[in-house]
Design a protein around this ligand. Structure first.
Ligand code: I3S
Length: 128
């Protein structure tokens, strides 16, 4: 749609391996369940699909949902405070409807790139 205010060179197209868990749903704290996932950012939609990439075995993940889809519009993202997780390189993503996720990678450059992409995406879609 050429009349769309969205730039065709939007930064919000990205994919890669990330670890993810919900920590809050509908404003209520939920039990952490880290999931090794393949994350795909497309427009303002971010999808975490289970079981592709990562390959680390320390997540358990037996009770994980196979997929998490989030709408980033109106959300916020920043580094997670230390009390949210003992892991390194953790991002906290707050989205609509009282949902909070933690996103983690063992790679500092990977997580830096994701923080930049998510920050850019949220500001790009701020007026929708
Ligand atoms: O915030 P918590 O409760 O320390 O999070 C840990 C738990 O989710 C733990 O699972 P159990 O529900 O079996 O205790 C996970 O194995 C840990 O990874 C969680 O802590 P980290 O610091 O890794 O996010």
């Amino acid at each position: 749609d050429p009349s769309s205010p969205k730039s065709p060179t939007s930064p919000s197209e990205k994919s890669g391996s990330l670890n993810v868990t919900k920590i809050t749903e509908h404003g209520k704290k939920v039990r952490k369940s880290w999931m090794s996932s393949w994350a795909v950012l497309h427009g303002s939609t971010l999808v975490f699909a289970k079981g592709q990439g990562g390959g680390t075995s320390w997540f358990g993940g037996g009770q994980s949902k196979p997929e998490i889809t989030v709408d980033l519009r109106g959300g916020s993202v920043d580094w997670a405070s230390k009390d949210k997780s003992s892991k390194k390189h953790v991002i906290e993503l707050k989205i609509r409807q009282g949902t909070e996720l933690l996103i983690q990678s063992d790679s500092e450059s990977v997580i830096n790139d994701w923080l930049r992409a998510l920050t850019d995406t949220i500001s790009t879609h701020a007026w929708e």
